[in-house]
Design a protein around this ligand. Structure first.
Ligand code: NAP
Length: 280
């Protein structure tokens, strides 16, 4: 049987339809339009593209975005001051600081300066801690989007062995905790993991979040596994060797059109949630 395609693009379209209605209702009730502030520091072309895509998504659902662009020479203090202004700006409901920022900036300090009410990309330590403890918080957008995909397609997580390859603060680590909260048994692998292939072979659910093209080999993945590929690299490949898997697996996120669109849809969802909460 052909594996189930966990179609993030299609799901993102459904999510956007729902958000458009919620934004229209907010406008009707308050006369206001939710605004996501996007901060781009430096001139990395991929980051500029991602920020542009996020601004476009805002407009698709009837929200506005406020684009803040800062030079590559920006200091931590300058960025912190700008974030503070946005925290205090009543017109702004959510703040996105595009990762990565230039190396001279203390990214963690800047993420943590975003007020918890406006942390719609789920990047603060406070939000991470709350999410980890099962308290209300906006989840880190990419893993939260992956959870939405898995739930939407009815993928059973309880009691399953999930193996996450990668432990970055915005992806691998929160992913592991979200899977744990869904009652999966979770293994987290990283660059010092020994016998990586043996760990991957155990996975009922495998999440590739390594940042290296087709690094996780098809032959490591067991029959019937659910395959989630968070990576995206030029040439339309992810972090997992998807093309060589054939029909052996039960479900997979395609690259492109899997995790990426749901990352943006999640950011939009959490911005609408922030506006709904702030304008109660
Ligand atoms: P990252 O910060 O570079 O983290 C990569 C992780 O992979 C690290 O934890 C690292 O381990 C681990 N790793 C590196 N080499 C390894 C090896 N040989 N064996 C096992 N683990 C290894 O990357 P990221 O930001 O988490 O992103 C991961 C991937 O997701 C990338 O392909 C990125 O493009 C993609 N991504 C997609 C979206 C989206 O919206 N679709 C959003 C964010 C990221 P250490 O911790 O030990 O260094």
């Amino acid at each position: 049987m052909s594996p189930l395609i966990l179609d993030g693009k299609k799901l993102a379209t459904l999510v956007e339809q729902d958000l458009s209605a919620r934004v229209a209702a907010l406008k009707e009730r308050t006369g206001r339009t939710p605004i996501l502030a996007t901060i781009l520091v430096g001139d990395d072309p991929s980051s500029a593209t991602y920020v542009k895509m996020k601004g476009n998504a805002c407009r698709r659902v009837g929200m506005d975005s406020l684009s803040v662009v800062m030079p590559s020479t920006t200091t931590t203090e300058e960025l912190l001051a700008r974030i503070q202004e946005l925290n205090n700006d009543p017109l702004v409901q959510g703040i996105l600081l595009q990762h990565p920022v230039p190396h001279q900036i203390d990214e963690r300090q800047c993420f943590d300066a975003i007020s918890i009410e406006k942390d719609v990309d789920g990047v603060t330590c406070l939000g991470f801690g709350r999410m980890s403890m099962g308290e209300p918080a906006y989840g880190s957008a990419t893993p939260q989007g992956i959870m939405t995909i898995l739930k939407h397609y009815g993928i059973e997580m309880s009691g399953k062995h999930a193996v996450v390859v990668g432990r970055s603060p915005i992806l691998g680590k929160p992913m592991a905790l979200m899977l744990l909260a869904a009652d999966a048994t979770v293994t987290v692998c990283h660059s010092r993991t020994r016998n990586l292939a043996d760990h991957v072979r155990q996975a009922d659910i495998i999440v590739g979040a390594v940042g290296k093209p087709e690094f996780i080999k098809a032959e490591w993945i067991k029959d019937g596994a659910v395959v989630v590929d968070a990576g995206y690299h030029t040439g339309g490949v992810g972090d997992i060797q998807l093309s060589a898997l054939g029909d052996r697996i039960s479900a997979f996120t395609p690259v492109p059109g899997g995790v990426g669109p749901m990352t943006i849809a999640t950011l939009m969802t959490q911005t609408v949630m922030a506006a709904e909460k702030q304008w109660k």
